[in-house]
Design a protein around this ligand. Structure first.
Ligand code: HEM
Length: 450
Protein backbone atom coordinates (compact mmCIF):
# COMPACT_ATOMS: atom_id res chain seq x y z
CA UNK A 1 0.00 0.00 0.00
CA UNK A 2 1.32 3.45 -0.87
CA UNK A 3 0.33 6.78 0.66
CA UNK A 4 -0.30 9.97 -1.35
CA UNK A 5 2.26 12.76 -1.54
CA UNK A 6 0.10 14.89 0.75
CA UNK A 7 0.78 12.41 3.58
CA UNK A 8 4.57 12.96 3.55
CA UNK A 9 5.47 14.55 6.89
CA UNK A 10 7.39 17.81 7.25
CA UNK A 11 7.67 21.05 9.18
CA UNK A 12 5.12 23.79 8.60
CA UNK A 13 7.37 26.82 8.24
CA UNK A 14 6.37 30.46 7.72
CA UNK A 15 3.51 31.62 5.45
CA UNK A 16 5.43 32.95 2.42
CA UNK A 17 8.89 31.37 2.58
CA UNK A 18 7.97 28.07 4.22
CA UNK A 19 11.16 26.62 5.70
CA UNK A 20 13.34 28.43 3.12
CA UNK A 21 14.81 30.76 5.77
CA UNK A 22 15.92 27.85 7.97
CA UNK A 23 17.27 25.91 5.04
CA UNK A 24 19.35 28.92 4.04
CA UNK A 25 20.59 29.85 7.51
CA UNK A 26 21.76 26.43 8.79
CA UNK A 27 20.95 23.75 6.24
CA UNK A 28 23.14 20.96 7.63
CA UNK A 29 21.92 21.00 11.19
CA UNK A 30 18.35 21.62 10.02
CA UNK A 31 18.30 18.66 7.61
CA UNK A 32 19.83 16.26 10.13
CA UNK A 33 17.16 17.25 12.65
CA UNK A 34 14.41 16.82 10.04
CA UNK A 35 15.57 13.29 9.32
CA UNK A 36 15.60 12.42 13.02
CA UNK A 37 12.20 13.97 13.65
CA UNK A 38 10.15 13.18 10.54
CA UNK A 39 11.91 10.16 9.08
CA UNK A 40 13.41 9.16 5.75
CA UNK A 41 11.26 11.23 3.41
CA UNK A 42 10.47 14.79 4.48
CA UNK A 43 8.38 17.41 2.75
CA UNK A 44 10.00 20.86 2.64
CA UNK A 45 7.82 23.74 1.71
CA UNK A 46 9.86 26.59 0.17
CA UNK A 47 7.25 29.23 -0.59
CA UNK A 48 5.92 28.43 -4.05
CA UNK A 49 8.06 25.31 -4.37
CA UNK A 50 8.12 22.02 -2.55
CA UNK A 51 11.07 19.68 -2.22
CA UNK A 52 11.26 16.17 -0.80
CA UNK A 53 14.34 15.24 1.19
CA UNK A 54 15.08 11.51 0.72
CA UNK A 55 17.69 10.14 3.11
CA UNK A 56 17.22 6.37 3.44
CA UNK A 57 19.82 4.31 1.50
CA UNK A 58 16.99 2.27 -0.11
CA UNK A 59 15.59 5.50 -1.54
CA UNK A 60 19.02 6.52 -2.81
CA UNK A 61 19.29 3.14 -4.51
CA UNK A 62 15.93 3.69 -6.18
CA UNK A 63 16.78 7.24 -7.32
CA UNK A 64 20.36 6.70 -8.50
CA UNK A 65 20.28 3.15 -9.75
CA UNK A 66 17.03 1.20 -10.05
CA UNK A 67 14.96 3.97 -11.63
CA UNK A 68 17.68 6.54 -12.42
CA UNK A 69 16.31 7.50 -15.84
CA UNK A 70 13.21 8.83 -14.13
CA UNK A 71 15.28 11.33 -12.11
CA UNK A 72 16.82 14.12 -14.18
CA UNK A 73 19.03 17.08 -13.38
CA UNK A 74 18.13 20.76 -13.78
CA UNK A 75 20.86 23.29 -13.11
CA UNK A 76 19.83 26.38 -15.14
CA UNK A 77 22.23 28.82 -13.44
CA UNK A 78 25.29 26.91 -14.69
CA UNK A 79 24.15 26.54 -18.31
CA UNK A 80 26.14 29.45 -19.74
CA UNK A 81 29.40 28.18 -18.27
CA UNK A 82 29.04 24.43 -18.48
CA UNK A 83 26.77 24.16 -21.52
CA UNK A 84 25.95 20.55 -22.29
CA UNK A 85 28.81 19.05 -20.27
CA UNK A 86 28.58 15.82 -18.33
CA UNK A 87 27.44 17.35 -15.03
CA UNK A 88 24.52 19.34 -16.44
CA UNK A 89 23.22 17.26 -19.38
CA UNK A 90 20.60 14.51 -19.44
CA UNK A 91 19.22 11.74 -21.62
CA UNK A 92 20.81 10.48 -24.83
CA UNK A 93 23.26 13.37 -25.03
CA UNK A 94 24.60 12.64 -21.55
CA UNK A 95 24.82 8.90 -22.29
CA UNK A 96 26.85 9.46 -25.45
CA UNK A 97 29.23 11.84 -23.66
CA UNK A 98 29.67 9.49 -20.72
CA UNK A 99 30.51 6.63 -23.10
CA UNK A 100 33.04 8.80 -24.89
CA UNK A 101 34.71 10.03 -21.71
CA UNK A 102 34.66 6.95 -19.53
CA UNK A 103 37.91 5.45 -20.96
CA UNK A 104 39.86 8.60 -20.01
CA UNK A 105 39.00 8.04 -16.36
CA UNK A 106 39.96 4.39 -16.33
CA UNK A 107 42.37 3.35 -13.52
CA UNK A 108 45.27 2.80 -15.90
CA UNK A 109 44.96 6.16 -17.62
CA UNK A 110 44.58 7.94 -14.31
CA UNK A 111 47.72 6.21 -13.03
CA UNK A 112 49.67 7.94 -15.83
CA UNK A 113 48.71 11.29 -14.28
CA UNK A 114 50.43 10.48 -10.97
CA UNK A 115 53.66 12.20 -12.05
CA UNK A 116 51.89 15.53 -12.54
CA UNK A 117 50.29 15.17 -9.12
CA UNK A 118 53.68 14.50 -7.50
CA UNK A 119 55.34 17.43 -9.33
CA UNK A 120 52.66 19.89 -8.33
CA UNK A 121 52.70 18.66 -4.73
CA UNK A 122 56.50 19.14 -4.72
CA UNK A 123 56.06 22.76 -5.76
CA UNK A 124 53.57 23.32 -2.96
CA UNK A 125 55.80 21.66 -0.38
CA UNK A 126 58.74 23.81 -1.43
CA UNK A 127 56.60 26.81 -0.44
CA UNK A 128 55.72 25.11 2.83
CA UNK A 129 59.39 24.60 3.62
CA UNK A 130 59.65 28.40 3.53
CA UNK A 131 56.71 28.72 5.93
CA UNK A 132 58.30 26.15 8.24
CA UNK A 133 61.62 28.03 8.29
CA UNK A 134 59.98 31.36 9.06
CA UNK A 135 57.39 29.86 11.46
CA UNK A 136 54.71 31.70 9.52
CA UNK A 137 51.13 30.31 9.80
CA UNK A 138 49.17 30.02 6.57
CA UNK A 139 45.67 29.30 5.31
CA UNK A 140 45.83 25.73 4.12
CA UNK A 141 42.71 25.65 1.99
CA UNK A 142 44.08 28.32 -0.30
CA UNK A 143 47.17 26.15 -0.78
CA UNK A 144 45.02 23.11 -1.54
CA UNK A 145 42.92 25.03 -4.03
CA UNK A 146 46.03 26.19 -5.84
CA UNK A 147 47.42 22.66 -5.84
CA UNK A 148 44.31 20.89 -7.16
CA UNK A 149 43.72 23.71 -9.64
CA UNK A 150 47.22 23.32 -11.09
CA UNK A 151 46.86 19.54 -11.13
CA UNK A 152 43.64 19.71 -13.14
CA UNK A 153 45.00 22.36 -15.53
CA UNK A 154 48.14 20.30 -16.18
CA UNK A 155 46.40 16.93 -16.47
CA UNK A 156 44.04 18.61 -18.92
CA UNK A 157 46.51 20.59 -21.03
CA UNK A 158 49.96 19.19 -20.00
CA UNK A 159 52.73 21.34 -21.45
CA UNK A 160 50.52 23.26 -23.90
CA UNK A 161 50.35 26.12 -21.42
CA UNK A 162 53.28 27.95 -19.89
CA UNK A 163 53.36 28.24 -16.09
CA UNK A 164 52.13 31.82 -16.28
CA UNK A 165 49.29 30.87 -18.60
CA UNK A 166 48.37 27.87 -16.44
CA UNK A 167 48.07 30.17 -13.42
CA UNK A 168 46.02 32.77 -15.32
CA UNK A 169 43.70 30.08 -16.68
CA UNK A 170 43.35 28.43 -13.27
CA UNK A 171 42.45 31.74 -11.68
CA UNK A 172 39.99 32.66 -14.43
CA UNK A 173 38.25 29.27 -14.06
CA UNK A 174 38.06 29.72 -10.35
CA UNK A 175 36.74 33.26 -10.39
CA UNK A 176 34.13 32.37 -13.01
CA UNK A 177 32.85 29.40 -11.08
CA UNK A 178 32.81 31.26 -7.77
CA UNK A 179 30.87 34.04 -9.40
CA UNK A 180 28.33 31.56 -10.78
CA UNK A 181 28.04 29.75 -7.44
CA UNK A 182 27.48 33.10 -5.70
CA UNK A 183 24.68 33.93 -8.13
CA UNK A 184 22.67 30.94 -6.98
CA UNK A 185 22.52 32.31 -3.46
CA UNK A 186 21.73 35.93 -4.33
CA UNK A 187 18.15 37.06 -4.31
CA UNK A 188 18.57 40.29 -6.25
CA UNK A 189 20.89 39.92 -9.21
CA UNK A 190 21.53 42.67 -11.73
CA UNK A 191 20.83 41.33 -15.24
CA UNK A 192 23.94 39.81 -16.80
CA UNK A 193 24.19 42.44 -19.53
CA UNK A 194 24.46 45.34 -17.05
CA UNK A 195 28.03 46.65 -16.84
CA UNK A 196 28.46 46.04 -13.09
CA UNK A 197 32.05 45.32 -11.92
CA UNK A 198 31.06 41.70 -11.15
CA UNK A 199 29.45 41.17 -14.56
CA UNK A 200 32.39 42.76 -16.38
CA UNK A 201 34.95 40.62 -14.54
CA UNK A 202 32.85 37.52 -15.22
CA UNK A 203 32.71 38.33 -18.96
CA UNK A 204 36.46 39.00 -19.10
CA UNK A 205 37.26 35.71 -17.38
CA UNK A 206 34.87 33.70 -19.53
CA UNK A 207 36.30 35.31 -22.70
CA UNK A 208 39.86 34.48 -21.64
CA UNK A 209 38.88 30.89 -20.92
CA UNK A 210 37.02 30.40 -24.15
CA UNK A 211 39.77 31.99 -26.23
CA UNK A 212 42.39 29.76 -24.58
CA UNK A 213 40.35 26.58 -24.68
CA UNK A 214 39.32 27.01 -28.34
CA UNK A 215 42.90 27.84 -29.32
CA UNK A 216 44.19 24.70 -27.61
CA UNK A 217 41.45 22.56 -29.17
CA UNK A 218 42.37 23.91 -32.58
CA UNK A 219 46.08 23.21 -32.07
CA UNK A 220 45.36 19.69 -30.90
CA UNK A 221 43.08 18.87 -33.78
CA UNK A 222 45.88 19.77 -36.14
CA UNK A 223 48.65 17.97 -34.27
CA UNK A 224 47.29 14.87 -32.61
CA UNK A 225 49.30 12.23 -30.77
CA UNK A 226 51.91 14.51 -29.19
CA UNK A 227 50.35 14.67 -25.73
CA UNK A 228 48.96 12.23 -23.20
CA UNK A 229 46.43 14.36 -21.35
CA UNK A 230 42.69 14.83 -20.89
CA UNK A 231 42.39 17.31 -23.76
CA UNK A 232 43.98 14.81 -26.16
CA UNK A 233 41.46 12.25 -25.02
CA UNK A 234 38.53 14.64 -25.58
CA UNK A 235 39.80 15.61 -29.03
CA UNK A 236 40.43 12.05 -30.20
CA UNK A 237 37.51 10.20 -28.52
CA UNK A 238 35.27 8.46 -31.02
CA UNK A 239 31.88 6.88 -30.33
CA UNK A 240 32.22 3.12 -30.79
CA UNK A 241 28.78 2.83 -32.41
CA UNK A 242 28.51 5.91 -34.63
CA UNK A 243 32.21 6.77 -35.07
CA UNK A 244 31.29 10.40 -34.23
CA UNK A 245 33.69 12.79 -32.50
CA UNK A 246 32.94 15.75 -30.22
CA UNK A 247 32.49 19.21 -31.72
CA UNK A 248 34.79 22.03 -30.45
CA UNK A 249 31.81 23.46 -28.54
CA UNK A 250 31.22 20.10 -26.84
CA UNK A 251 34.91 19.76 -25.96
CA UNK A 252 34.82 23.27 -24.49
CA UNK A 253 31.80 22.31 -22.36
CA UNK A 254 33.56 19.21 -21.04
CA UNK A 255 36.77 21.11 -20.27
CA UNK A 256 34.79 23.63 -18.20
CA UNK A 257 32.85 20.82 -16.53
CA UNK A 258 35.89 18.79 -15.53
CA UNK A 259 37.51 21.90 -14.15
CA UNK A 260 34.39 22.75 -12.14
CA UNK A 261 33.85 19.25 -10.81
CA UNK A 262 37.48 18.32 -10.44
CA UNK A 263 39.28 20.61 -8.07
CA UNK A 264 37.33 22.38 -5.32
CA UNK A 265 35.88 19.07 -4.08
CA UNK A 266 39.33 17.52 -3.67
CA UNK A 267 40.89 20.69 -2.21
CA UNK A 268 38.15 20.89 0.42
CA UNK A 269 38.58 17.23 1.36
CA UNK A 270 42.37 17.51 1.69
CA UNK A 271 41.90 20.56 3.93
CA UNK A 272 39.37 18.67 6.06
CA UNK A 273 41.79 15.75 6.42
CA UNK A 274 44.60 17.99 7.70
CA UNK A 275 42.20 19.72 10.06
CA UNK A 276 40.87 16.41 11.42
CA UNK A 277 44.35 14.91 11.81
CA UNK A 278 45.50 17.98 13.73
CA UNK A 279 42.78 17.17 16.26
CA UNK A 280 43.08 13.36 16.28
CA UNK A 281 46.61 12.48 17.31
CA UNK A 282 45.95 8.70 17.33
CA UNK A 283 44.87 8.65 13.71
CA UNK A 284 47.79 10.85 12.73
CA UNK A 285 50.33 8.59 14.47
CA UNK A 286 48.86 5.49 12.87
CA UNK A 287 49.00 7.13 9.47
CA UNK A 288 52.63 8.19 9.91
CA UNK A 289 53.54 4.64 10.97
CA UNK A 290 51.92 3.23 7.84
CA UNK A 291 53.75 5.70 5.61
CA UNK A 292 57.06 5.02 7.35
CA UNK A 293 56.81 1.25 6.95
CA UNK A 294 55.58 1.24 3.32
CA UNK A 295 57.25 4.31 1.84
CA UNK A 296 60.11 5.05 4.21
CA UNK A 297 60.13 8.73 3.28
CA UNK A 298 59.93 8.44 -0.52
CA UNK A 299 57.09 9.74 -2.68
CA UNK A 300 54.27 7.26 -3.38
CA UNK A 301 53.58 5.73 -6.79
CA UNK A 302 50.21 4.32 -7.91
CA UNK A 303 51.55 0.81 -7.17
CA UNK A 304 52.02 1.74 -3.49
CA UNK A 305 48.46 2.88 -2.91
CA UNK A 306 46.86 -0.55 -2.23
CA UNK A 307 49.53 -1.04 0.45
CA UNK A 308 48.30 2.04 2.34
CA UNK A 309 44.89 0.87 3.63
CA UNK A 310 44.77 3.14 6.69
CA UNK A 311 45.45 6.18 4.54
CA UNK A 312 42.45 5.24 2.40
CA UNK A 313 40.31 4.74 5.54
CA UNK A 314 41.16 8.26 6.74
CA UNK A 315 40.11 9.66 3.35
CA UNK A 316 36.88 7.61 3.34
CA UNK A 317 35.95 8.69 6.85
CA UNK A 318 36.61 12.34 6.01
CA UNK A 319 34.37 12.04 2.95
CA UNK A 320 31.71 10.46 5.17
CA UNK A 321 31.73 13.31 7.67
CA UNK A 322 32.15 16.10 5.15
CA UNK A 323 31.02 15.02 1.69
CA UNK A 324 31.83 17.98 -0.62
CA UNK A 325 28.60 17.38 -2.55
CA UNK A 326 26.45 17.78 0.53
CA UNK A 327 23.17 18.16 -1.35
CA UNK A 328 21.96 17.47 -4.88
CA UNK A 329 18.58 17.48 -6.51
CA UNK A 330 16.67 15.57 -9.15
CA UNK A 331 13.32 16.18 -10.86
CA UNK A 332 10.94 13.28 -11.49
CA UNK A 333 10.05 12.65 -15.13
CA UNK A 334 7.16 10.33 -14.23
CA UNK A 335 5.62 9.32 -10.90
CA UNK A 336 7.53 6.97 -8.63
CA UNK A 337 7.23 5.33 -5.24
CA UNK A 338 9.79 6.16 -2.56
CA UNK A 339 9.38 4.17 0.63
CA UNK A 340 5.65 4.11 1.20
CA UNK A 341 4.88 7.32 -0.69
CA UNK A 342 3.82 8.01 -4.25
CA UNK A 343 5.56 11.07 -5.75
CA UNK A 344 4.14 12.81 -8.84
CA UNK A 345 5.95 13.69 -12.09
CA UNK A 346 7.67 17.08 -11.77
CA UNK A 347 8.40 16.69 -8.04
CA UNK A 348 11.88 17.77 -6.88
CA UNK A 349 13.77 15.31 -4.71
CA UNK A 350 16.84 16.31 -2.68
CA UNK A 351 19.52 13.82 -1.73
CA UNK A 352 21.96 14.79 1.00
CA UNK A 353 25.03 12.58 1.42
CA UNK A 354 25.75 14.66 4.54
CA UNK A 355 22.50 13.50 6.18
CA UNK A 356 22.58 9.91 4.90
CA UNK A 357 26.17 9.58 6.16
CA UNK A 358 24.79 10.35 9.63
CA UNK A 359 21.76 8.08 9.45
CA UNK A 360 21.63 6.49 12.92
CA UNK A 361 20.44 3.12 11.57
CA UNK A 362 23.70 2.74 9.62
CA UNK A 363 26.29 4.82 11.48
CA UNK A 364 26.78 4.51 15.28
CA UNK A 365 28.13 7.74 16.84
CA UNK A 366 27.78 9.42 13.47
CA UNK A 367 29.50 12.68 14.48
CA UNK A 368 32.73 11.07 15.67
CA UNK A 369 35.77 10.78 13.40
CA UNK A 370 36.61 7.08 13.32
CA UNK A 371 38.49 5.76 10.27
CA UNK A 372 38.17 2.20 11.66
CA UNK A 373 34.58 2.17 10.39
CA UNK A 374 36.08 1.49 7.00
CA UNK A 375 38.05 -1.61 8.03
CA UNK A 376 36.83 -4.35 5.67
CA UNK A 377 35.32 -6.33 8.60
CA UNK A 378 33.38 -3.25 9.75
CA UNK A 379 32.27 -2.17 6.31
CA UNK A 380 31.16 -5.61 5.21
CA UNK A 381 27.38 -5.92 5.15
CA UNK A 382 26.79 -2.18 5.41
CA UNK A 383 24.14 -0.91 3.01
CA UNK A 384 26.00 0.10 -0.17
CA UNK A 385 23.97 3.29 -0.51
CA UNK A 386 24.60 4.42 3.08
CA UNK A 387 27.95 5.81 1.88
CA UNK A 388 27.70 7.88 -1.28
CA UNK A 389 30.28 10.70 -1.38
CA UNK A 390 30.63 10.15 -5.14
CA UNK A 391 26.95 9.22 -5.49
CA UNK A 392 26.19 5.85 -7.11
CA UNK A 393 24.61 4.30 -10.17
CA UNK A 394 25.18 5.41 -13.77
CA UNK A 395 25.65 9.08 -12.80
CA UNK A 396 28.25 8.37 -10.18
CA UNK A 397 31.22 10.76 -10.22
CA UNK A 398 33.38 9.92 -13.23
CA UNK A 399 36.43 11.42 -11.50
CA UNK A 400 36.29 9.32 -8.30
CA UNK A 401 39.49 7.37 -9.09
CA UNK A 402 41.23 10.60 -10.09
CA UNK A 403 40.25 12.30 -6.82
CA UNK A 404 41.15 9.32 -4.65
CA UNK A 405 44.53 8.89 -6.28
CA UNK A 406 45.26 12.60 -5.97
CA UNK A 407 44.52 12.55 -2.25
CA UNK A 408 46.37 9.28 -1.68
CA UNK A 409 49.46 10.75 -3.33
CA UNK A 410 49.41 14.22 -1.78
CA UNK A 411 48.70 13.15 1.79
CA UNK A 412 51.82 11.02 2.40
CA UNK A 413 53.94 13.64 0.67
CA UNK A 414 52.75 16.24 3.16
CA UNK A 415 52.88 14.09 6.28
CA UNK A 416 56.26 12.54 5.59
CA UNK A 417 57.80 16.00 5.49
CA UNK A 418 55.80 18.12 7.90
CA UNK A 419 53.98 18.14 11.20
CA UNK A 420 50.83 20.13 10.63
CA UNK A 421 49.13 21.74 13.60
CA UNK A 422 46.07 23.97 13.86
CA UNK A 423 46.59 27.60 14.87
CA UNK A 424 44.55 28.21 18.06
CA UNK A 425 41.81 30.82 17.93
CA UNK A 426 40.52 29.92 14.44
CA UNK A 427 37.53 27.62 14.92
CA UNK A 428 36.59 25.63 11.84
CA UNK A 429 33.10 24.55 10.89
CA UNK A 430 31.46 23.12 7.76
CA UNK A 431 30.48 25.83 5.27
CA UNK A 432 27.70 24.56 3.02
CA UNK A 433 28.23 26.59 -0.16
CA UNK A 434 28.55 25.18 -3.69
CA UNK A 435 30.60 22.45 -1.98
CA UNK A 436 31.02 21.69 1.72
CA UNK A 437 34.29 23.31 2.70
CA UNK A 438 35.88 23.85 6.08
CA UNK A 439 35.69 27.46 7.07
CA UNK A 440 35.74 30.29 7.37
CA UNK A 441 39.48 29.58 7.05
CA UNK A 442 41.83 26.80 8.11
CA UNK A 443 44.99 28.28 9.60
CA UNK A 444 47.88 25.90 10.22
CA UNK A 445 51.55 25.90 11.14
CA UNK A 446 54.06 23.42 9.82
CA UNK A 447 57.29 22.09 11.26
CA UNK A 448 59.96 20.02 9.57
CA UNK A 449 60.64 19.85 5.84
CA UNK A 450 64.37 20.30 6.16
C1 HEM B 1 36.57 14.41 -3.49
C2 HEM B 1 36.35 14.69 -4.74
C3 HEM B 1 35.04 14.54 -5.48
C4 HEM B 1 33.78 14.31 -4.99
C5 HEM B 1 33.34 14.13 -3.54
C6 HEM B 1 32.88 14.26 -6.13
C7 HEM B 1 31.52 14.03 -6.05
C8 HEM B 1 30.66 13.95 -7.13
C9 HEM B 1 29.24 13.70 -7.05
C10 HEM B 1 28.45 13.47 -5.76
C11 HEM B 1 28.76 13.71 -8.31
C12 HEM B 1 27.29 13.52 -8.73
C13 HEM B 1 26.63 14.89 -8.87
C14 HEM B 1 25.21 14.79 -9.35
O1 HEM B 1 24.81 13.77 -9.89
O2 HEM B 1 24.47 15.78 -9.21
C15 HEM B 1 29.86 13.96 -9.21
C16 HEM B 1 29.77 14.04 -10.58
C17 HEM B 1 30.82 14.31 -11.41
N1 HEM B 1 32.14 14.48 -11.05
FE1 HEM B 1 32.89 14.36 -9.19
N2 HEM B 1 33.62 14.46 -7.26
C18 HEM B 1 34.93 14.62 -6.92
C19 HEM B 1 36.01 14.81 -7.77
C20 HEM B 1 35.92 14.84 -9.13
C21 HEM B 1 37.05 14.97 -10.03
C22 HEM B 1 38.51 15.03 -9.59
C23 HEM B 1 36.55 15.03 -11.31
C24 HEM B 1 37.26 15.15 -12.63
C25 HEM B 1 38.56 15.12 -12.79
C26 HEM B 1 35.09 14.93 -11.20
C27 HEM B 1 34.23 14.95 -12.27
C28 HEM B 1 32.87 14.75 -12.18
C29 HEM B 1 31.98 14.75 -13.34
C30 HEM B 1 32.37 15.03 -14.80
C31 HEM B 1 30.69 14.45 -12.86
C32 HEM B 1 29.41 14.28 -13.67
C33 HEM B 1 29.25 12.79 -13.96
C34 HEM B 1 27.99 12.43 -14.72
O3 HEM B 1 26.92 12.96 -14.41
O4 HEM B 1 28.10 11.56 -15.59
N3 HEM B 1 34.76 14.81 -9.87
N4 HEM B 1 31.02 14.11 -8.46
Amino acid sequence: MTAPVSAIPGPRGLPVVGVGNRLLSDPLEFMVRLQRHYGDLVKLSLGKHTMYLATHPDMLKRITQENWKNYIKRYPTMDEILGQGLVTSNGEHWLRQRRLMQPAFHHQRIARMADVMVEEAERMLARWAGYARSGRPFEVQEEMMLLTQQIIVRTMFSSSLSDTEAHAVGKAFNDTLNWAAGQQFRLLQPPRNWPTPGNLAYRRNLDLLERTVYRLIDERRQRQGEHDDLLEMLVTARDAESGEQMSPQQIRDEVMTIFLAGHETTAGTLSWILHLLAHHGDAERKLRAEYASVLGGRNPTPADLPKLPYSRMVIDETLRLYPPTWILTRVLVGPDTLGEYELPAGATVAISPYVTHRHPAFWPNPESFDPERFRPEEAEGRHKFAYVPFLAGPRQCIGNNFALMEMQIVLPMILQRFHVSAVPGYPVRPMPKATLRPGPQVWVEVRGGG
